[in-house]
Ligand binder design. Structure first.
Ligand SMILES: Cc1cc2nc3c(=O)[nH]c(=O)nc-3n(C[C@H](O)[C@H](O)[C@H](O)COP(=O)(O)OP(=O)(O)OC[C@H]3O[C@@H](n4cnc5c(N)ncnc54)[C@H](O)[C@@H]3O)c2cc1C
Ligand code: SF4
Ligand code: SF4
Ligand code: SF4
Length: 439
């Protein structure tokens, strides 16, 4: 038995745990399990009697350490190293239709599997017994990839599957968010078997998730009882095309849609602290980064993806996938992709938040404490707090101002926001009473 200080307990108690699942996946003693908190985050639960105090979990947690890979690309932050940029869709019509942004990710994975580059892919699907619960899994054939399409804007303990990776032979491609990839990078640095098996990393752009409280709020807003949900999508393109509204299908196959604007308004409320402190929207350390083609020519027309190709491996994979008819690509300038993603403002916002977080006596994640502290303390807490306040006020009034609405419409928006807030409060009370589902 050991004491908690050898483990990642402080990451959890400092509210910094992203629920990436890496510590759980690599713990040699099986002392960690992922659980869901009352407010709908994922964190590791420690069975201290099993812990041998080996310290491996602390070495692989990206909230405690910055990987050599991430250190190596800091000069090019917040974009990261870029060899080429393109807009892309999968050529396979099934992938391109069901994909969140044209199925580019699945086009890449299916090429990697069918060409023999990898044997398996580490991806996210939903639990077969619960359509509201995402689940990370290793997939070993391209037919099963389709069920893993679509973005789950909620916590996913992707790297818990490293347990299986360690027990499975063969090469693996991974798809994940920046927080997954930073801890994976540390796991690759520290554990040879993982380093040898992960041969391709595809990273999604990420501007934050909602807690499961946010998901429950959206389901509640649809009017469908959680037990009667057959299918749930954060962004369903079938209703009004790309980028897609929230859809909830009940057990009579009736679908209910909630406008994307409502999801975006709720997102701010349900964003966990660790996302507000997150420095990497663009997934800087992977082979290929993928996101929506916001602000690019395909915007709203094809609903394709934007790719940033970062490494030689990434370059070879994309070239060969295009040559073999898995992807359709069109070159674009990298600055257009970065402008569409608003990568610099996102970085500035996180840095401002980190400044306020630190100056209000909280512990910073390793990225800010080990790399950019001088930058952080150069902004005064007062200035940063004012900027954050301004942003949250503009969120309150923004949609009304942008659309130049008249007074009656403004009042309607006000009523809608009050209703939204009331639904949020009810969702939280419901969860606090212990009616949330466990991970
Ligand atoms: C939480 C989150 C935030 C995002 N934020 C942005 C953003 O700000 N800007 C932007 O342009 N794009 C963002 N994306 C990426 C975008 O939504 C699409 O996933 C991306 O463009 C790929 O589309 P696709 O059609 O190629 O993928 P698909 O073919 O639909 O495949 C989806 C892939 O995403 C993986 N996946 C789904 N949910 C998760 C998850 N929670 N964690 C890890 N992997 C997951 C699946 O395993 C699958 O491999 C975000 C995605 C997520 C999950
Ligand atoms: S490795 Fe991931 S899941 Fe584990 S404590 Fe760190 S952030 Fe949380
Ligand atoms: S990785 Fe080592 S220190 Fe961490 S919980 Fe497991 S046994 Fe304990
Ligand atoms: S914003 Fe950062 S911490 Fe939050 S889900 Fe995305 S990558 Fe993870």
């Amino acid at each position: 038995m050991s004491d908690l200080s050898a483990t990642i307990q402080d990451v959890v108690s400092n509210n910094l745990c992203t629920g990436c699942g890496t510590c759980v996946g690599i713990c040699p003693a099986g002392a960690l399990e992922i659980i869901e908190t009352a407010d709908g985050r994922l964190v590791p639960d420690i069975q201290i009697v099993r812990c041998t105090a080996c310290g491996l979990c602390r070495k692989t947690c990206s909230q405690l350490r910055v990987s050599a890979e991430l250190m190596g690309v800091l000069d090019s932050a917040p974009a990261g190293p870029i060899g080429a940029a393109c807009t892309t869709t999968a050529k396979n019509i099934v992938f391109s239709t069901a994909g969140q942004s044209g199925g580019a990710t699945m086009g890449i994975l299916s090429w990697a599997m069918e060409s023999g580059l990898v044997d398996r892919a580490l991806v996210v699907s939903v639990d077969s017994n619960n359509p509201l619960q995402p689940r990370a899994m290793l997939v070993d054939n391209t037919q099963n990839l389709q069920q893993c399409q679509g973005s789950q804007y909620c916590p996913v303990a992707l790297n818990v599957v490293l347990r299986e990776v360690l027990d499975t032979a063969g090469r693996i491609a991974c798809v994940g968010l920046p927080c997954h990839m930073h801890s994976l990078s540390l796991a690759m640095e520290n554990i040879e078997a993982i380093r040898e098996k992960i041969v391709l990393r595809v990273g999604l752009f990420c501007s934050g998730t909602m807690t499961f409280g946010g998901r429950d709020f959206l389901v509640k807003s649809s009017g469908v009882q959680p037990g009667r949900v057959q299918k749930f999508a954060y962004r369903d393109r079938r209703w009004k095309g790309w980028p897609g509204d929230v859809s909830v299908m009940d057990d009579h196959k009736q679908s209910y849609y909630i406008p994307r604007t409502a999801r975006m308004a709720a997102k701010d409320f349900f964003t966990p602290i660790y996302c507000r402190l997150c420095p990497d929207k663009m997934n800087m350390t992977v082979d290929i980064s993928v996101g929506d083609a916001y602000g690019l020519d395909t915007d709203g027309v094809l609903g394709g993806a934007a790719l940033l190709i970062r490494t030689d491996v990434g370059q070879r994979v994309v070239e060969q996938a295009v040559r073999d008819g898995y992807l359709i690509c069109q070159n674009v300038s990298e600055s257009a992709v970065l402008a569409g993603q608003k990568s610099q403002p996102a970085w500035d916002r996180s840095r401002d938040f980190a400044a306020v977080w630190q100056q209000t006596g909280h512990v910073l994640p390793a990225f800010w404490s080990e790399t950019s502290l001088p930058q952080i303390i150069s902004i005064s807490a007062g200035k940063a707090a004012r900027r954050l306040l301004r942003r949250s006020l503009s969120w309150q009034c923004g949609s009304a101002r942008r659309r130049h609405v008249r007074l009656p419409q403004f009042l309607m928006i006000g009523i809608w926001r009050v209703k939204l807030a009331w639904n949020m409060i009810q969702s939280i009370v419901h969860r606090r009473r212990g009616n949330h589902q466990s991970a």
